[in-house]
Design a protein around this ligand. Sequence first.
Ligand code: DUC
Ligand code: ZN
Ligand code: ZN
Length: 467
Amino acid sequence: MDLLIKNGTLVTAKSTFKADLAVKNGKITAIGTNLKPEKGTEVVDARGKLVLPGAIDGHTHLAMPFGGTISSDDYFTGTRSAACGGTTTVFDFVLQGQGELMQDAFKRRDKLAAPDAAVDYAFHIGVCDVTEDRLLDSMEDVVKEGVTSFKVFMVYDFGVDDGSFYKVLQKAAKIGGLVGVHAENRDVNNVLVAQYLKEGKTDAWWHYMAKNEKIEGEADVRAINLARMAGTSLYIVHLACKQGVDAVTKARDEGYPIFAETCPQYLNFTNEVYKRERARDYVCSPPMKGKESQDAIWEAIKRGDIATIATDHCPFTRAEKDWGIKTKDGKKGNFTTIPNGCAGIENMYPYILSEANKGRISFNRAVELCATNPSKLFGLDDQKGALEVGLDADIVLYDRKKNVTIRNKDLHGATDHTIWEGAKIKGYPVATYSRGKLVYKDGQFVGEKGYGKLVRCKTLKFKNPQL
Ligand code: DUC
Ligand code: ZN
Ligand code: ZN
């Protein structure tokens, strides 16, 4: 045995109990009481601490080209930041180029990630071009590489139309893939953008208005209908509106395998942020919505109709956010010239666990949302996402009494600001282990660039809404 974590309180999606946990060669090898160290075993006393599975962030955009720049965290700084917030696996998006085979897109991206990642990583394919059969068929080749989840965008110029979306759903059903969707109505969004700009409505509030509750809700409903027509499952990413929550809940009640992810930013902020002085810093897609939507998402979390929480981490610097005032070419900016996205990779688990610590949800539900359900949905439950013998020793020690006020200067990413500045977090991770190796301790990153490994996922089939 290499490591023995003694006297902690283990929290799984289903139960909470006092036990010791042993690790050898990066795997959990025993869970029980009074486990005895062997010669040379490192013993960690976790008395008074919670012992949790490391979080799996199912939605990140590291080094992603967007809005005329590249998101500020690369695979090293992004995964370093993840480790320091108790996240031990990230799922990043590979955006397929026009005419590019998906396995080529995956390999292109893995070349960037492999030398840099500090914790384990996996990929979803952002499907952009299925106009030729060989491109659609390449979904099957990338599944053979262990990349089994896909995302289509219903918005953006690189997004797909409903016909292509339907083809991707059909194909995924055949080959054992899960399709995720960024649901916003592109055509109506484009109309509203043009109208607002013509009327001189240029500030960040109009980003929200052009992507308001109805714009997202309509697309959520349409996406669910398309999945039902194709007879397959669907994963709605970053769900942020009540209409979408209602549609997901209804489809699940009717027995359809429809799953939803939401993000901490939709749980902690409302559209009020777009009235703030630096409203542009909060510009992300979908935008934060009104309080009614925020309440509906929290209720769905409590009911079990939200399956996962992920970050949509996609940071940009202040100077880049300022392109909403003056573009990089020196022209007058507007809400469409602000790169979309916010940082959050280090804040997800601390924030959700803090809400659990305050009693809003149970710690078990927090673990389920941030670790166990993502592992089941993305085909990793034979490797990660729980505290079980045989799984990777991705483990977080959590101190319920350590309170932290978030300051960007204390975070471990590469950007120069955070929408979480000043947020008060009740309880905090004090250590993170990735496959048994300590990568974070008491506010410091102690891991290594390049330690993180590519995780290959199982094929996926969901027949009903239960995971
Ligand atoms: N939304 C963002 O805010 N950023 C990147 C991509 C996305 O869909
Ligand atoms: Zn998206
Ligand atoms: Zn995203």
